[in-house]
Design a protein around this ligand. Structure first.
Ligand SMILES: NC(=O)c1ccc[n+]([C@@H]2O[C@H](COP(=O)([O-])OP(=O)(O)OC[C@H]3O[C@@H](n4cnc5c(N)ncnc54)[C@H](OP(=O)(O)O)[C@@H]3O)[C@@H](O)[C@H]2O)c1
Length: 245
């Protein structure tokens, strides 16, 4: 995809991969706006990085509509939307309390992604060239049993992205799915645990892969094992590894 001279909104850009990607894209010569719930972080991003920021809560349709209107009002040239917002929480399925976690995970990760796409698609389709970037996970392809609903939402985002790409193939809107492996962010405390790919290394590979013409999935080297586990006949071994066997 074209990675220079675009106007890009990263919904879920206040920390971690979203903020890192926003800064890389800005440095590459794009206009970047970030969205998220934490208004303190939005304010400090504006102050520190000279990036615009707009409040967005993808679990609230009213907030999405207000955020969209604010962004399009200031940036009628918006041509890329990244649906980065996500939460990841452990669930013990033997504890009935897991249901509340499951529901909010679906609301943020899956419904939030679909709502954001629905809000921006009528605008993007009017642009000469536009991109929707979704964010799934290696765990869409082999689940981490301690986070069942998280994995399920990411598998759903992969599936939704595939259908979206087909339905949009006669339009100006392309669909790129970012499939991160474990990356050191505060999503599930990987930064403190020191597990997963360092964020900068991940972003180096992402920026290279994004520039590939007609790219559909962003698959850095560390995610290939999970992404193709079933095709390569190593699914039981991969599931065993993620189960702590
Ligand atoms: N790190 C990994 O290992 C990994 C692996 C695979 C996939 N991913 C995916 O990458 C994405 C970014 O995660 P991360 O690792 O960078 O973790 P992170 O630092 O916790 O980032 C999550 C982002 O989502 C936003 N968010 C959460 N709920 C939201 C809501 N209701 N409305 C709007 N924004 C919301 C957060 O902003 P606010 O809190 O300010 O709202 C934050 O900007 C997620 O979709 C995650 O599933 C991460």
């Amino acid at each position: 995809m074209k990675t220079v001279g675009r106007t890009i909104l990263v919904v879920g850009g206040t920390s971690g991969i979203g903020l890192g990607l926003a800064l890389r894209l800005r440095d590459a010569g794009n206009t970047v706006i970030v969205g998220g719930r934490r208004v303190d972080l939005l304010a400090s991003i504006v102050a520190e990085h000279e990036i615009e920021a707009v409040p967005f809560d993808v679990s609230d349709p009213v907030s999405i509509a207000a955020g969209r209107d604010a962004v399009l009002d200031r940036h009628p040239n918006l041509d890329v939307v990244v649906t980065m917002a996500g939460i990841m929480l452990p669930e013990n399925l033997l504890d009935p309390g897991f249901l509340a976690t499951a529901e909010s995970t679906i609301e943020t990760n899956l419904l939030g992604t679909i709502r954001t796409i629905a809000a921006f698609l009528p605008h993007l389709i009017q642009r000469k060239e536009a991109t929707i970037m979704t964010v799934s996970s290696g765990l869409a392809f082999v689940p981490l049993p301690m986070t069942p609903t998280y994995n399920a939402t990411k598998a759903a985002i992969h599936s939704f992205s595939e259908s979206l790409r087909v339905q949009l193939r006669e339009t100006s809107v392309g669909v790129v799915e970012i499939v991160p492996p474990g990356v050191r962010t505060s999503l599930l405390g990987q930064d403190e645990a020191g597990t997963g790919m360092p964020l900068d290394e991940f972003l180096d590979e992402v920026m290279e892969l994004l520039a590939v013409p007609d790219v559909t999935e962003i698959l850095v080297s560390d995610v290939q094992y999970l992404r193709f586990a079933e095709a390569n006949g190593v699914y039981p071994e991969a599931l065993g590894m993620l189960s702590g066997d």
